[in-house]
Design a protein around this ligand. Structure first.
Ligand SMILES: Nc1ncnc2c1ncn2[C@@H]1O[C@H](COP(=O)(O)OP(=O)(O)OP(=O)(O)O)[C@@H](O)[C@H]1O
Ligand SMILES: [Mg+2]
Length: 373
């Protein structure tokens, strides 16, 4: 491929990478487009999304593609620092402003002058700092801690959070005016489980990156790749990267990651295994008939509701929290299909009181084990 062509593709994201952000899913292509359009402006951007979805990568890309690229990209992790220290971290302090302030200190906003500041975990910021931030956003002015001198900076603000700021606003932990001021352009990162198609691409990109760091170049078998695509990835891309790195570091001399090498929790989540072991279904080599089994479960729940309501279908429907007509439709269909429940109902349609027969039926009673609150 020609260098120029490759460069164009990288810019367009058509080869699945845009500014180091890997993704080909429509939700990611839409994000690349927003980045491309918004980066050159000075608009404040609020990036939301679960942990490990690439919020910091997006922030850095916004900076690199802006006219401020020659200036600094200054990250501040608001969640990791206690309030007082955070204020001095962001705005600097005068010598003697507080115990331990032995010299003047330049804050992050000043460092980012002419560049971009990335306020990560913004939802953790205290009310006092929220006020101060609002003012910088409005006119670029602030005072260092312990100083009366107002400073002015030219900084583009990019913020990120993995908490719902809407919720923090509704519980008054976050100022509404600041929320709207930050959210001029919102970018929401999808969790990895919503773009599973991108997982093989990410695996490949991460294995290449690890190799570039001097680690052996591994490949992944199809079977392992399928398992990695099925896992829900609560820690998103960061978790995927960590798993692959672990595999490579501890890996086999063959330099292949096979299904049997994967950590057990990826292959069979413990809660699933536990739940499965207490389930009554016998899976033969041909499997089971899922829809018939589901019908059978439905029958048992309905039978119990009818039993508890002494055959009153209106009351049974209430217990099941469905419309009465929904329940009647179901019973009609089951009768037509000759389901075991219909057999219990005795084939005498629409006669309330029939479930007396159910109550009398020992096998049915044995099956009635769903708790109704
Ligand atoms: N789309 C992606 N393509 C390539 N690498 C990614 C992608 N998303 C995340 N990563 C990688 O995953 C790791 C976590 O990404 P990042 O720090 O940007 O996540 P985050 O959303 O800021 O997480 P947190 O909320 O925990 O701070 C980094 O190593 C990053 O390079
Ligand atoms: Mg982050």
């Amino acid at each position: 491929m020609q260098e120029q062509e490759r460069a164009t593709q990288e810019r367009d994201g058509t080869d699945g990478v845009f500014e180091g952000i890997v993704g080909r899913h429509p939700s990611m292509l839409a994000i690349f487009e927003v980045i491309r359009r918004v980066a050159p402006t000075d608009a404040t951007v609020l990036i939301t999304g679960e942990s490990g979805t690439g919020k910091e990568l997006v922030a850095a890309a916004l900076h690199r593609l802006s006219a401020r690229a020659a200036g600094r990209f200054v990250p501040v992790h608001c969640g990791a620092i206690p309030e007082d220290l955070l204020e001095s971290e962001m705005f600097g302090h005068e010598r003697g402003a507080f115990t331990g302030a032995v010299a003047n200190r330049v804050g992050r906003f000043k460092l980012a002058d002419g560049g971009s500041i990335f306020l990560d975990e913004i939802g953790e910021m205290s009310p006092k700092l929220q006020v101060k931030l609002l003012r910088v956003l409005e006119d670029g002015r602030f005072e260092a801690v312990g100083s009366v001198v107002t400073q002015q900076v030219d900084v583009r603000v990019i913020a990120a959070t993995n908490r719902s700021l809407e919720q923090a606003v509704s519980t008054r932990h976050f100022r509404e005016d600041l929320f709207y001021r930050l959210r001029v352009v919102p970018i929401e990162m999808p969790p990895l489980r919503r773009r599973r198609e991108d997982i093989p691409l990410l695996i490949e990109a991460i294995l290449v990156q690890l190799a570039a760091r001097g680690l052996p170049r591994f490949t992944v078998t199809n079977e392992a790749s399928e398992l990695l695509q099925r896992y829900p990835w609560p820690g998103n891309v960061r978790e995927l990267r960590n798993v692959l790195e672990q595999m490579v570091v501890l890996g086999r001399p063959e330099r292949v990651i096979d299904a049997s090498d994967l950590p057990a929790h990826l292959v069979a989540p413990r809660h699933l295994a536990e739940a499965a072991s207490s389930m009554p279904w016998q899976f033969g080599p041909a499997g089971i008939d899922f829809y018939r089994e589901m019908e059978a479960i439905e029958d048992r729940i309905i039978a119990q509701a009818l039993h508890l309501s002494r055959g009153n279908k209106k009351e049974a429907a209430r217990l099941l929290r469905v419309n009465r007509t929904t329940l009647l439709e179901k019973l009609k269909r089951k009768r037509a299909q000759g389901s075991p429940l219909a057999a219990l109902l005795g084939g005498t349609p629409a006669i309330d009181g029939v479930p007396a027969a159910i109550a009398a039926d020992a096998t049915a009673r044995g099956a009635l084990d769903f708790a109704v609150a």
